[in-house]
Design a protein around this ligand. Structure first.
Ligand code: FAD
Ligand code: EPU
Length: 335
């Protein structure tokens, strides 16, 4: 059964109100297969938690919400436990579940909204860790052949906020489960400076994975808006990778510009710094704007439209290109 003419506001963390012609949720692979078979003529978009999308217009087609649940240990040795999770599991709850079982590896990825199934889509990352560091394999349903396939690490072609599912195989697969390789012997990662400051403030010298998770949660809560209070989709743009010559030019005016070396000729620049320095941080236009504590996050205070937020992102993009000669790329999926 499909719901018709549904308002998607409760299904996206930006809180954008747009109608979808059709909407349905699936709880297992066979109901997904049936829905796809019965609706093959329609445009179809898969949705998890809706925390990385911006709807800019009425959706003419069928939105399918992934609600496949389940967690099981599929393999274990002295060093690792392999845990398979349904794609519709909530990501942060899965992180807490891993910590409660004393399995390490994803504690730095605490409090990222969304579903397990979307996590490899764009190789979610935060505080020095990316999904690719703990990924073992995933299962995905091929919309064209109706078959379930397994993808190993190299087949996913992970990159910075990238995978093959966002590129060559875009729109062809529905990820139905993900298997993670978690550590029994923990490897604490405090490479991200803010984590150390947080631990020091609490007087913690040898942190547990729970301590790391708590520190990450505290840092995130101090600068990122809670989607339950202010609509947003996290970082709206990616941090751009540019040639060193571009950095040198920016340094002439701003010697303090932060950057992260990538290779001999390239550096990554924090887009948040560029947008902040260009004067956008905290800017509010009617009911939407740029977050006051993190300039990389665009926010919907109330009833903004996706078109308005998209137009703001274009203004920022043009301004950053004009001021710094850097072309930003949107991280959020525009639908
Ligand atoms: P959705 O928004 O539902 O979908 C995202 C895309 O994936 C869409 O194109 C959708 O069609 C597709 N998709 C979703 N599920 C499937 C599936 N099962 N099979 C095939 N395609 C699918 N991201 C980070 O990497 N690091 C962060 O630190 C971070 N912080 C955030 C903080 C906030 C406050 C918010 C709101 C977002 C943040 N994000 C961050 C972005 C977001 O949480 C992640 O991208 C998350 O993985 C999205 O999951 P989702 O289930 O909500 O995906
Ligand atoms: N900065 C500013 N002003 C701002 C924001 C940032 O000057 O308004 C500067 C900071 O001072 C710092 C640098 O920019 O020097 C980086 O800032 P931050 O540590 O907040 O991280 P980020 O690069 O803005 C990235 C990810 C986040 C992730 C954090 C932590 C991207 C696009 N964003 O943000 O991911 O949580 O690092 O690892 O890579 C997301 O993808 O949605 C997301 C929130």
């Amino acid at each position: 059964m499909l719901d018709k003419n549904i308002d998607l506001k409760p299904y996206n963390t930006f809180g954008i109100s747009v109608k979808a012609d059709y909407f349905a949720a699936f709880q297992d692979v066979s109901s997904l297969a049936r829905l796809l078979r019965d609706n093959w003529k329609k445009n179809i978009t898969i949705l998890g938690g809706g925390s990385n999308v911006l709807f800019t217009q009425q959706y003419e087609g069928l939105i399918l919400r992934n609600e496949i649940k389940g967690k099981e240990v599929v393999k274990e040795d002295d060093d690792f436990v392999f845990v398979k999770a349904g794609a519709g599991e909530n990501w942060h709850e899965f992180v807490l579940y891993s910590i409660s079982n004393d399995w390490g590896g994803i504690e730095n990825l605490s409090l990222i909204p969304g579903s397990v199934g979307a996590s490899p889509m764009q190789n979610i990352g935060a505080y020095g860790v990316e999904i690719k560091d703990v990924f073992h394999e995933l299962e995905a349903f091929n919309i064209e052949t109706g078959k379930l396939e397994t993808f190993n690490h190299s087949e996913c072609e992970f990159g910075y906020r990238e995978s093959v599912f966002k590129r060559a195989l875009k729109g062809i697969y529905v990820i139905t489960s993900v298997t993670f390789r978690l550590n029994i012997k923990h490897e604490i990662n405090t490479s991200y400076g803010a984590i150390n400051s947080e631990l020091e403030a609490k007087g913690i010298k040898s942190p547990s994975i729970k301590d790391i998770s708590d520190a990450v949660i505290a840092i995130r809560q101090s600068k990122l808006p809670d989607p339950n209070q202010i609509g947003n989709a996290g970082s709206f743009f990616k941090n751009p990778v540019v040639e060193k010559a571009v950095l040198t030019k920016i340094q002439e005016k701003y010697p303090e510009v932060p950057f992260y070396p990538i290779d001999d000729n390239h550096v990554k620049l924090p887009a948040g710094w560029l947008i902040d320095t260009a004067g956008w941080k905290g800017k509010r236009i009617a009911n939407y704007g740029v977050h006051s504590k993190q300039a990389l996050v665009l926010v919907n205070y109330d009833d903004a439209t996706g078109k308005e937020i998209y137009a703001l992102s274009q203004k920022i993009l043009d301004d950053i290109e004009g001021k710094f000669g850097v072309l930003l790329e949107r991280e959020v999926n525009i639908i």
